[in-house]
Design a protein around this ligand. Structure first.
Ligand code: XMP
Length: 514
């Protein structure tokens, strides 16, 4: 495998992504972690990531220096280059501001790292610090048109450094360069695949759980559904307890579909809890979005605790659908260096904290990326409607019915959302979109109904493309498609008089409206 030392760059997880796409296993560890924590015979090469820090900062994050004397191939990206060049006796110039953008690169010396790469290509640079003086013995492999060192090698410590970011899609030939390193220089074998991983994962899970009961809370999303399928195929069905709390804030038919899919997978201990009444009465009269989120989150925890207490006790394990990116984003996977961007989405409940402290947490997807999880789901026999489903926020329709949340307003939204999604599927657009949904606005707008003026609800449609939800682009529908959806919604739902399309990207807007 290839180990990636993470110094906190937002694109570190993409490095791992690109390498795994080539069939080579990549593992991300904290950039400052001592070698004892991760170095073993399976490691074929080490990548040092970029960082928001500069080597000129007061206390820059430094790798364990012993990496430079293992004889293992090393690749430094941006900060990973600067920190290495600095430690090896080079000099790094300091930049006052960081600029990002494309930069033409020209290869000036032959090296395996640029094998199959054209002599000139466009790279994606972060114009921050750069090499001013090469360390002793270093050779320049490529430069930018401004004479900045773009690729350099320090043969003494088997190091290659890149000033640019090969992992971002804007860097032409970036994938080739990463693959030249992993498969070429490091000679790592291409044997990573979800199929190969499944057997190993099942073995690990059995070792961890023994014959203790396992509880999984199902949200209806892809991740927890895949964990459910995995548990049911790894353990005797009696050992697996699945709980699904219907908050009344789910999409149309979602609860029924989930229940049916889990039964088909052989679920025996399946607890489908109808808590709609409780959620809607707790939300009655509340319009403030943050208040709504809190009410939903707190109530979810108390319903969960009550329902679990009446069914399980003692040393049971709690399984979670945590993904690799969740760990990286919340800072766990990188020793707390990566910025904690999505922490508000995955606030750990007291139960999760307690189980984690007791070592009773199973996180079988913690080494996987979202699309690998989808592949695993397919392999385990989950239907495409669940595996390919768009992400859905924890508080559900609670943050998509703007203003007060009532059953009637949820029903209107569910219906509008289902029509939108149906039309997307009919037009073959669903899978091209990261997330598409309808939002019910808290205003009424005028329309004509027969001879009189009528005030109806307004539904906003949202459809975005994204790779991770951190940034998003608006999906560019043909106007005719939007007219079709609008007509289907206003004809099908008498309470809706107008449909609008949200055409703001993220940033500055967020994907959800509340
Ligand atoms: P935003 O709206 O922040 O959404 O651009 C980014 C992604 O996160 C989802 N999201 C949530 N997920 N609880 C969740 O579990 C939440 O409170 C929440 N808010 C947003 C959103 O659907 C999108 O995929």
């Amino acid at each position: 495998r290839i180990v990636i030392l993470d110094f906190g760059s937002q694109t570190t997880h993409l490095i791992g992504r690109r390498i795994r796409e080539q069939g080579i296993f990549a593992q991300i560890v904290a950039g400052t972690a001592p070698v004892e924590e991760w170095l073993d015979e399976g490691v074929r090469g080490i990548i040092l990531s970029g960082s928001p820090s500069s080597i000129h900062d007061d206390d820059p994050p430094l790798p364990d220096r012993r990496i430079y004397s293992q004889g293992l191939p090393l690749l430094g990206i941006c900060y990973g280059l600067h920190v290495t060049a600095h430690l090896q006796g080079g000099e790094i110039s300091r930049a006052e501001t960081r600029e990002y953008g494309p930069a033409p690169v020209e290869v000036v010396t032959n090296h395996e790292i640029t094998s199959g790469v054209s002599r000139r290509f466009t790279s994606w640079m972060s114009h921050g610090d750069a090499i001013r003086r090469l360390p002793p013995g270093a050779r320049e492999i490529a430069t930018t048109s401004h004479g900045v060192t773009a690729i350099v090698t320090i043969p003494e410590c088997s190091f290659v450094g890149l000033q640019f970011h090969p992992e971002v899609t804007h860097s032409e030939q970036g994938i080739q360069i990463l693959d030249n390193f992993a498969a070429g220089v490091c000679q790592a074998r291409r044997q990573w695949s979800v199929e190969n991983y499944l057997g190993q994962l099942q073995e690990e899970l059995r070792g961890q759980a023994g014959d203790k009961p396992i509880l999984l809370l199902i949200s209806g999303g892809v991740d927890s559904s895949v964990v459910a399928a995995l548990l049911l195929q790894t353990f005797p069905p009696e050992q697996v307890h699945l709980m699904y709390i219907d908050t009344g804030l789910m999409r149309k038919d979602e609860s029924v579909e989930i229940g049916a899919a889990l039964r088909k997978l052989g679920a025996r201990n399946l607890y489908l809890i109808d808590a709609e009444e409780r959620f809607l009465s707790a939300l009655a009269g509340v319009t403030d979005p943050e208040k709504k989120r809190h009410i939903i989150g707190d109530l979810f925890i108390s319903v969960q605790e009550e329902e679990i207490a009446s069914r399980l006790s003692g040393d049971y394990l709690l399984a979670q659908g945590t993904l690799y990116t969740d760990l990286i984003e919340s800072g766990h996977g990188s020793g707390g260096k990566a910025k904690s961007i999505k922490s508000h989405h995955n606030v750990a409940s007291p139960l999760v904290k307690k189980k984690r402290e007791a070592g009773l947490i199973l996180e079988p997807l913690a080494a996987l990326y979202k699309d690998e999880v989808r592949d695993l789901g397919r392999l385990l026999g989950l239907p495409e409607e669940i595996v390919g489903r768009h992400p859905f926020p924890g508080p559900g329709l609670g943050v998509r019915v703007l203003g007060e949340v009532t059953r009637e307003r949820c029903d209107i939204l569910r219906e509008a959302d289902a029509i939108f999604i149906r039309e997307l599927r009919t037009a073959g657009l669903y899978d091209a979109i990261w997330q598409a949904f309808a939002v019910l606005l808290p205003i009424q707008s005028v329309g004509v109904a027969g001879d009189s003026r009528a005030y109806g609800n307004v539904v906003a449609l949202r459809a975005v493309t994204s790779t991770d939800g951190m940034t998003a682009d608006v999906y560019g529908f043909e106007p005719a498609f939007l007219r079709t959806v609008s007509a289907a919604i206003t004809n099908g739902i008498p309470q809706v008089g107008r449909v609008v399309y949200d055409c703001s990207g993220k940033p500055p807007a967020t994907i959800e409206w509340e």
